[in-house]
Design a protein around this ligand. Structure first.
Ligand code: ADP
Length: 160
């Protein structure tokens, strides 16, 4: 069975992340979504809340997806979980620069773990969790970017 780890903040999950999951599941039999609990990042949602939103958003394919919280380096966690590949999404060239550094650093740390990159549908190529949170702060429309359940959770969190 081909298992890959998809690490990230998922604060919160967006249609961009979901599009990457859909594409990755055509290549891998199982995905482990690894939610980074990095306390240095200023997150809107707790790791547990993010797990809940990921599970609801990915309900149609949840039999092929596990969701875990991680306090470790993703590449080390990937090795520990017995997976061989990490999934990353690419939006624009700006993502490439960062992912290039990350992939080579990860190879130094764990030479057997490789990264696989997918590009989202063009309509999500500008979308990030950060953008969603900025729109939410100004009470903008969230429907085009996140599933209804996530929209509801953002609104509860920000009281609107
Ligand atoms: P961000 O805060 O940048 O949205 P995460 O840390 O949750 O993202 O991202 C996890 C992974 O998912 C990264 O590889 C990121 O590039 C990718 N990703 C996030 N949003 C998108 C999108 N709209 N299209 C493609 N990849 C995405």
């Amino acid at each position: 069975m081909r298992v890959a780890v998809y690490p990230g903040s998922f604060d919160p999950i967006t249609y961009g992340h979901m599009d990457i999951v859909k594409r990755a599941l055509k290549v891998f039999d199982k995905l482990i979504i690894l939610i980074s609990a990095n306390p240095t990042k200023n997150s809107l949602f707790t790791p547990e809340e993010r797990v809940d939103m990921v599970k609801v958003a990915l309900k149609p394919c949840i039999d092929k997806v596990d969701v875990f919280i991680s306090n470790e380096l993703s590449v080390k966690e990937t090795k520990r979980l017995g997976a061989t590949h990490m999934i990353r999404g690419l939006r624009a060239m700006t993502d490439f620069e960062y992912e290039f550094q990350l992939t080579h650093t990860n190879r130094v740390l764990e030479k057997d773990i490789d990264s696989v990159f997918f590009m989202t549908d063009n309509k999500y190529s500008f979308l990030s969790s950060t953008t969603v949170k900025e729109i939410a702060l100004f009470k903008g429309e969230l429907g085009p970017f996140v599933p209804e359940y996530v929209e509801q959770k953002i609104k509860e969190k920000l009281n609107y």
